[in-house]
Structure formats: C-alpha cells, structure tokens
Design a protein around this ligand. Structure first.
Ligand SMILES: O=C(O)C(=O)C[C@]1(C(=O)O)C=C[C@@H](O)C=C1
Length: 275
C-alpha cells in the first residue's frame, strides 16, 4: 500500500472533542485575567478610548505592518472540509471571519469586542485602578513617573492591545467549538442549518453548566491575581480590598462578554457549515 501512496504528505487533523477544546479555552484564561490585572495597575485616561479612539490609532499601524510583512499568512484552517466565511457580526461592515482564518492574530477583528472593550471594560478597569492603594497622581503602583501629563500611556496601550488580541483569539476558537458540536450531532444541526434557524442552534449549543463553570473559574483566578498585586504592595487586608472587588467585576464582565461572543461565533460558523 505504501508504494501507491501519494508523494505529497497530507495531514488530516481530526476535529477535537469537547473536553479537549474546553481545555484549550481554559488554558487561555490565566493570560487573559493576568493581563487584565496588569492593565488595571496603570491609570486610565478615558480620552484615549472615546472621541479620537487613540487605542485604535495605536493598533492600526501594528496590524498594517503585520499584514504587509506576511505575519498573518499562516494558512487556512486545516480541517477535513472547506471552511466558508461566516458573515459579518452585527456591528462590523466587513467580514471579521475571513475564509480559513483561525487565529485572528489581528487585535481588532471583531467590532463587538472593540466596542465592549472601549465602552464597557475600560470604565471598569479605571474603577479598579482608582481603587488601588496608590496615590491618585502616581503613574504606577511601584514607582512614580514625574510627567503627570503622560501617565505611562505607551505601557497602557500595549496592555490594551495584548488584551484585545487575547480576547479576539479566545472568541475565534468558537469556530472550532462550533465544528466540534456540529460533528458530534450532525443529525440535529443539519435541519436547523437548512432552515437558517439561528435561535434553535443557539439553544442546542448553549451549555449553562459549562458557562457557570467558566465564570466561576474566572472569578476565582481574578481574585487570586488581584490579591497578589495587593500583597506585593504590602496591603494588610489584601483579600478584601476595593481593588479586588472592582477587578472581579471587570473580570466577570469580560467573561460574560467572551462567552456571548464565542457563542455568536459558534452560531455563525454552524449556520455556514453546509454552504
Ligand atoms: O464549552 C462550550 O460548550 C462552549 O460552547 C464554549 C462556551 C464558552 O465560551 O466558554 C460558550 C457557550 C456555552 O454555553 C458554554 C461555554
């Protein structure tokens, strides 16, 4: 049999099982929460996220260089079928899930995420930062920079970009979760896809117990990471500070949004599965 085999090596990747893909989602939680905590240790200047959207101006050239230098040319999603591009999400004008794209290395592929980040999460991060036991004029927890008009803006924007990229990456894995769920129940999904019945697909793929478990883990880890920052500063009441409470609120909002967007990506993916 070996002599008749194609000379072209061909790897067939199997669709991961639900346990496996959930483990991957779980492993992304620590970097997300720890970046969130590190970001909350720096001040938030709201003007960088509102009128002129300086954060997006900061990110745009990085994305452009990534594109021009081929850093996003990592190939197509290697599953045993042709992946169609799910349609644009409800805010984007352009398709944020281009055919074959898996990692979505870009920082801002999903407008829902960007809007959530700038409008909802940034105010929560600001509240957490202001609850830190540090002088209001200080630029950071451990040191003081004397240019108060520039409170470590570049560090803050770098952490914003990293956090956005992690959130985008986690959400894009919804495509794989979608494939896992479709593959394990083709007979149930097929008629719903043919009927374009997004609501029933949502009901079929939602798992409230798993969501509770994901949210509980995020709450526990945000507590631990935030407490570590307080301990490092020598806080005596390190487990009950306003910073920890505020940080946990930010983490809870982040994970609620992540589950919602991941669910939406799963639905969009499955809807296009038979195209
Ligand atoms: O683990 C799953 O079953 C998923 O679909 C992923 C996920 C999540 O984002 O963590 C999303 C929707 C489900 O209701 C539960 C969890």
């Amino acid at each position: 049999a070996a002599t008749t085999a194609s000379t072209k090596p061909q790897t067939v990747f199997t669709v991961p099982g639900l346990t496996q893909i959930r483990e991957i989602l779980a492993l992304l939680e620590a970097p997300i929460i720890s970046t969130l905590v590190a970001r909350a240790a720096l001040p938030v200047d709201l003007s960088l996220y509102s009128s002129n959207l300086t954060l997006l101006e900061f990110i745009a050239p990085r994305e452009l260089i990534g594109e021009l230098t081929g850093r996003f040319d990592y190939g197509t999603l290697e599953f045993p079928y042709t992946l169609p591009g799910p349609p644009a999400d409800k805010i984007s004008k352009v398709n944020p899930f281009t055919p074959g794209t898996f990692h979505l290395d870009k920082f801002t592929p999903n407008s829902n995420l960007t809007v959530f980040y700038t409008k909802t999460l940034i105010p929560l991060i600001k509240a957490a930062n202001e609850a830190l036991a540090t002088p209001a004029s200080s630029s950071s927890v451990f040191f003081h920079l004397n240019n108060v008009t520039n409170p470590d803006i570049d560090s803050a924007l770098n952490l914003d970009a990293t956090l956005l990229a992690l959130l985008a990456h986690r959400s894009s894995i919804g495509k794989i979760v979608g494939e896992t769920k479709y593959a394990s129940n083709v007979t149930a999904y097929t008629p719903l896809i043919k009927a374009k019945d997004a609501d029933s697909i949502r009901v079929l793929l939602t798992n409230v117990a798993q969501e509770t478990s994901v949210l509980t883990e995020a709450a526990a880890d945000s507590f631990t990471f935030a407490q570590d920052w307080e301990v490092a500063q020598g806080a005596t009441n390190a487990s009950t500070t306003a910073f920890i409470t505020a940080l946990q609120a930010a983490a809870a909002a982040t994970y609620r949004e992540l589950i919602d967007i991941t669910t939406e990506v799963e639905i969009q993916y499955i809807l296009a599965r038979l195209d």
